[in-house]
Design a protein around this ligand. Structure first.
Ligand SMILES: C[S@@+](CC[C@H](N)C(=O)[O-])C[C@H]1O[C@@H](n2cnc3c(N)ncnc32)[C@H](O)[C@@H]1O
Length: 306
């Protein structure tokens, strides 16, 4: 590394520590190259899809087009009408792992713009109730409009800080999704400065503090025997395994469950970071490795034992 390293050099050096040099090189390459676009067909809105696309293996009702044809999806009438939703297949793994059922009460603790809320509402066929929490006004209103356009009717919206929610609704929800606010490292495109200019290790530490409060709040809201998914689109262990490790240290009734995913390009969660041993159960967490289509993603499935 040079004496005055660039953000990109610092990032890659950290990535080497997290996933090893060979994988870090492959991930770095995906962050420099074009990204294909996928869409999911929304069963809550009937209508003509009218789009081409290859089925995405490992993501149901999801189809993809190459990067050069991205606007065919994002600017389509089907997307405007909510018949399809532009999505990354990694996001779908989070909802598949949580597996919300018809008639259940679900908490979505960091919900905007509502992509995963939509997937959950569709899995529940608009039955039961989803409480969707988002503290940023502009994002909150965008989520409401988005979900209305996509035919979602089983959501109650809360403009609130997720950190304060758990103690108000202690052990109430059978399923809780925490798709945490994060450094969004997996969304960095090294050709677009706007996607990385704010990246800093100091900021990762700040974000990690917020995530620790959020996961404790999410867990507080979880019923015994219920399921909690914690996920991020960050690579930083401080935002992933270390956050779950914090929960496991504070909450003896928290247990980690296996995640099943129909994709080979994955890693298990880290059980050590920067010389510190983490809870060995973190081996059950999942890291999805990125490629031209799939985003990098971290996911951990938890329950509250009775
Ligand atoms: C990764 S995004 C969620 C994406 C969403 N689940 C989806 O699939 O469309 C994280 C969200 O958490 C929100 N957020 C930030 N701080 C929060 C807090 N204290 N409590 C709850 N949500 C928060 C952000 O504004 C952002 O909308």
């Amino acid at each position: 590394m040079s004496s005055n390293p660039s953000i990109e050099e610092l990032f890659v050096a950290r990535l080497n520590e997290i996933v090893g040099e060979r994988r870090a090189r492959a991930i770095h390459q995906t962050m420099r190259g074009p990204k294909d676009q996928a869409y999911w067909v929304n069963p809550l809105i009937a209508g003509e899809v009218g789009l081409a696309g290859e089925p995405v293996v490992g993501a149901q009702d999801c189809y993809m087009l190459p990067a050069s044809r991205r606007s065919e999806i994002t600017e389509s009438l089907a997307a405007t009408r909510g018949v399809v939703y532009p999505i990354n297949p990694s996001s779908m793994v989070a909802v598949k792992s949580l597996a919300p059922q018809m008639g259940e009460e679900v908490l979505d603790l960091a919900a905007a713009p509502g992509g995963k809320t939509l997937l959950m509402a569709a899995a529940m066929n608009n039955s039961g109730r989803i409480a969707a929490v988002e503290p940023i006004k502009s994002r909150f209103h965008r989520m409401r409009a988005n979900l209305k356009r996509c035919g979602v009717t089983n959501v109650e919206f809360y403009l609130a800080d997720g950190r304060a929610v758990g103690r108000k609704v202690a052990q109430r929800f059978g399923r809780v999704l925490l798709d945490a606010p994060c450094s969004s490292e997996a969304r960095i495109d090294w050709n677009e400065e706007g996607t990385f200019k704010h990246w800093k290790t100091r900021k990762i530490k700040e974000t990690s503090r917020k995530q620790r409060s959020l996961i404790r709040s999410a867990f507080a809201a979880l019923q015994p025997g219920g399921l909690l998914v914690y996920c991020t689109c960050a690579y930083a262990p401080e935002e992933n395994e270390c956050v779950v490790d914090h929960l496991l240290r504070c909450e003896p009734s928290a247990e980690v469950l296996d995640v099943v995913v129909d994709r080979d390009e994955t890693l298990t969660g880290l059980t050590h970071w920067h010389g510190r041993a983490l809870d060995p159960r973190l081996e059950k967490a999942l890291r999805i490795l990125p490629d031209r289509l799939w985003d990098g993603f971290f996911l951990c499935l938890l329950t509250r034992v009775a």
